[in-house]
Design a binder for this molecule. Structure first.
Ligand SMILES: CC(=O)N[C@@H](CCC[C@H](N)C(=O)O)C(=O)O
Length: 374
């Protein structure tokens, strides 16, 4: 097999959006077909893949999950191996996550455990969400793991550090799309039109008051509008505007409250500006809730059995549909330090590749510890 760093470079070049991961799936299947196949059961689900490494005397099934999709970002890393897909980039580390899965799989295909080890290559984490339908698939139900593990790259930690905590690690999320439909017209005749750029601007400002005025200051929530579109030309009054964003909360109750406030404010805009307004919440992700006993055991294992630094971190407002796997299967997720000055979802994100081997070494030892009986 090629060195893992070369595999990461190959994957980095072909980012694809959710449920479009055709080349990525093909690339991974080709690699997997080069591994010794005696213990492997490979199945595909949409653009994802399940690989079961059959144990020698299985009593349970352990699982490792990686996501697969990229983001609609124009890459500016300056890498020689930058994305060859215009306007798309692996800017959330899924190329690293997949490479770690391949490193582990190549090891365990040659050295199977006593127990089964299931690899889940999951599409569409960035949206619209592959974890929930994958978890609900007949295929997953038939493979049903007893414990699950995943990781996410963390730009802010050095290579050689992992970070996690028991319980809540990542927030509840909901996408947010608001369409405003008014009446277009000539820029010189505002009184004959109904301007959705003005209505949308008011709405963006009002939405910011939800966190500052409606959420308990000791709780946490986020409403981010990441994209606004509207109008067609500088001297035409905009007939429509669209706001696209995301909501993050630490509890389901806060999510319900934020949504109620959004609905009231949107209704106010619709009445005040005499326009039509439609809200679509897109996909919702369940919080990532680390199972306390397994998490604590893993933290102690990593501290004692590796030379990694284990940090007990705070929860983050990032989202992850991996939370849906954790809803049904006990397990945990951890942050993997990759030491890069630009954060997740940035066009200049350049994770240090040294992190790949550190994760493969740690998880090889951990799965061996969990899946071997004396
Ligand atoms: C780790 C990470 O960055 N995850 C994404 C998940 C996206 C959720 C959904 N599409 C949304 O935008 O709400 C994140 O943005 O946190």
């Amino acid at each position: 097999m090629k060195p893992l760093t070369d595999i990461r470079k190959d994957l980095h070049q072909i980012p694809e959006l959710g449920f479009q991961e055709f080349k990525t799936q093909r690339y991974l299947l080709d690699l997997i077909s080069s591994f010794p196949s005696d213990h492997l059961e490979v199945t595909t689900w949409e653009t994802g893949i399940f690989v079961k490494v059959k144990g020698k005397d299985p009593k349970k099934t352990l699982a490792y999950r990686t996501d697969m999709d990229g983001l609609p970002i124009k890459e500016e890393t300056g890498y020689e191996f930058a994305s060859i897909h215009e306007g798309m980039m692996h800017a959330c580390g899924h190329d690293i996550h997949m490479t770690i899965a391949i490193g582990l799989l190549s090891h365990f295909a040659q050295h199977p455990l006593d127990d089964n080890l299931l690899f889940i290559f999951q599409p569409a984490e960035e949206g619209p969400g592959g974890a929930l339908p994958m978890r609900e698939s007949e295929l997953f139900q038939s493979l049903q793991p007893d414990q699950i593990t995943a990781l996410h790259i963390a730009p802010e930690y050095p290579v050689g550090t992992i970070a996690l905590k028991e319980g809540l690690l990542f927030a509840n999320t909901s996408e947010l799309f608001i369409d405003l439909i008014g009446k277009g017209g000539h820029a010189a005749y505002p009184h004959l039109s109904n301007d959705m750029v003005v209505a949308g601007s008011h709405l963006v400002t009002q939405l910011q008051t939800i966190i500052s005025r409606n959420i308990d200051p000791l709780d946490s929530a986020v409403v981010t509008i990441g994209k606004i579109t509207g109008g067609t030309k500088q001297n035409i009054i905009a007939e429509q505007a669209r706001l696209e964003g995301t909501i993050r909360t630490l509890s389901q109750e806060a999510m319900e409250k934020v949504k109620k406030r959004i609905e009231s404010l949107v209704e106010g805009i619709s009445n005040g500006f005499d326009c039509e307004a439609v809200i679509d919440y897109g996909s919702n992700y369940r919080q990532v809730d680390n199972e306390p006993i397994l998490t604590r055991e893993f933290m102690e294992f990593a501290s004692n059995e590796s030379n990694l630094t284990v940090v007990e971190c705070k929860e983050a407002m990032t989202g992850e549909d991996y939370g849906y796997f954790l809803e049904k299967v006990p397990g945990f997720m951890f942050w993997l330090g990759v030491d890069t000055p630009y954060g997740l979802h940035h066009s200049r994100l350049t994770p240090q590749e040294g992190a790949i081997q550190s994760a493969v070494d740690l998880l090889t030892k951990y799965f061996t510890f969990k899946g071997t009986r004396n």
